[in-house]
Ligand binder design. Structure first.
Ligand SMILES: [Fe+2]
Length: 504
């Protein structure tokens, strides 16, 4: 230990220093006055101090107080020849650690040092524990913030991922309300499209309503509030139940606060997400507001991307349909073949109870089933007579050429089978892949029958058109060989209703 002695009596000071040295403490600094001691504690740190209660310049208690101000943990031993009770109590109050009564013996000094060392150790332990507790508290706080950040990031990621997976606006609205209603401070959520011609917000999806509970499928919004809610620059409007009549003409009642989050596409109002708060959440917590902001921005981008994608695909289909039209216009005898085949096929699919997705596939790809003929020479396609075997082999390539053309279009696998497999046969003798039976998709089997029927009932340069009865008889004859028997049965039923051109 480094020890400071403050004693104006030189003999006593030297005696104490000698005692300390005999007890193994060599690092001792002795001062003869209070001022000298004040200078010493300003220059260096000590582990312990022995201070005479009566000094010539500064009162011992004053020095004790200054030492404690300088280093609160410094153990200070007060020395006095005649310690009174008052002085002792005052010194204790000011933080004195022990008392040494003059004259002292080596044993007195040793015992004092033992007590001080013990006190010092306890003090250090105390400080160490306090620091540990403080550090733990700080760590817990950091952990709490980290957990909160991770939780928020996880929710943002979930929102982002779920919205990225959506492919149509019909799926988007329910997903938005489902994601929003998972927030704690929200009891119900509804999504409305921007006002229609009648100035009404049109409800598209909702979450949080009971099965018997009435909701607001249409909300009339006051004209002067459209700007505030939809077209202005606010990304969020909060109002209490008493303010509802100011915004909405009628139809909406709620006895808690509401939050409205406008969705805009390129600055134009598109929709409104309405969140009905739980009782004690006015306004929404900061984290939930950030999640709402993100959800709306992400959904807006998704709507915009879907619209762009749909427009792009629609243009692409338009081009392909034009190519099919151009292809068919070259041949006097095949005009509108693809359109008729598609009409028949859709009707047969409906009769056979196909799903709406299958019917939509027919609507999309039925028209393009012969698109591959673009890759076949015109002289072969428009040849005014039967084809040679070599020419027929070239024509047989059109399903594969067509499949290659649409491969980058994003058609579903089933839609592509219409183009690739409409010349496969039920008995496996078709082309290009030689599939048989149900290896061929149902919608491709339907197009096969419609295609054959329209070919038979159309006039060719080298033969007359077959009558409807003859054509249907031909289909029935090949039932279970070239064609799926069930499709033939459904087709016969449909064709008798629709007529030869499929337009009834
Ligand atoms: Fe074909």
């Amino acid at each position: 230990m480094k020890i400071l002695i403050v004693e104006d009596d030189t003999m006593l000071g030297e005696l104490l220093q000698e005692c300390l040295q005999r007890l193994g403490h060599e690092r001792v600094r002795a001062c003869l006055s209070g001022r000298e001691a004040m200078g010493a504690i300003g220059e260096e740190a000590f582990d312990c101090a022995f201070v005479d209660l009566r000094l010539p310049d500064i009162d011992g208690l004053q020095l004790l107080s200054a030492m404690k101000d300088n280093d609160h943990g410094l153990p200070v031993v007060m020395m006095s020849g005649f310690p009174t009770m008052d002085y002792t109590i005052m010194a204790m109050r000011q933080g004195a650690s022990d008392f040494l009564t003059k004259p002292f013996t080596l044993q007195d000094v040793a015992l004092t040092l033992q007590r001080i060392t013990k006190e010092r150790r306890l003090l250090e332990q105390n400080i160490s524990l306090r620091l540990e507790v403080q550090a733990r508290k700080e760590l817990e706080e950091v952990n709490r913030k980290l957990e909160s950040t991770v939780s928020e990031q996880t929710r943002l990621f979930r929102i982002s991922r779920e919205i990225d997976e959506i492919r149509s606006s019909e799926d988007l609205y329910p997903r938005i309300v489902e994601l929003a209603s998972s927030l704690q401070s929200v009891q119900k959520v509804a999504f409305y499209l921007a006002p229609d011609d009648n100035g009404c917000l049109v409800g598209m999806a909702r979450s949080g309503w009971g099965p018997e509970e009435a909701w607001f499928p249409k909300i009339e919004i006051r004209q002067d509030c459209v700007r505030e809610l939809l077209t202005g620059d606010k990304n969020h409007v909060l109002f209490g139940p008493e303010e509802l009549p100011r915004f909405f003409e009628n139809g909406i009642h709620w006895d808690q606060p509401l939050s409205c989050w406008p969705m805009r596409i390129r600055g134009e109002p598109f929709g409104l997400l309405v969140a009905f708060h739980t009782k004690d959440s006015r306004p929404l917590p900061e984290e939930e507001r950030r999640l709402f902001d993100f959800l709306i921005k992400k959904a807006s981008l998704a709507v915009e991307n879907m619209a762009l994608y749909e427009s792009l695909i629609s243009n692409f289909y338009g081009i392909l349909r034009s190519l099919v039209n151009a292809l068919e216009a070259k041949d006097l005898y095949t005009g509108k073949h693809s359109e008729r085949v598609t009409r028949y096929a859709i009707k047969v699919a409906e009769t056979m109870g196909c799903t709406s997705a299958q019917i939509e596939s027919l609507r999309t790809a039925g028209y393009l089933h012969d698109i591959g003929k673009i890759g076949i020479q015109d002289s072969i396609l428009t040849k005014p007579g039967p084809l040679t075997a070599q020419e027929y082999e070239l024509v047989k390539k059109h399903p594969v050429i067509g499949d290659t053309i649409v491969s980058e279009l994003g058609l579903s696998p089933e839609e592509r089978t219409i183009i690739r497999h409409h010349h496969e046969r039920w008995d496996g003798d078709g082309y290009p892949d030689g599939l048989r039976g149900t290896q061929i998709s149902l919608i491709a089997r339907i197009v096969t029958v419609a295609d054959a029927f329209d070919a038979m009932t159309s006039k060719r340069a080298y033969r007359d058109a077959m009558s409807m009865d003859e054509s249907l008889a031909e289909l029935v004859k090949n039932r279970g060989r070239q064609f799926d028997p069930e499709v033939v049965d459904a087709f016969v039923h449909v064709a008798q209703k629709m007529g030869k051109n499929g337009d009834k």
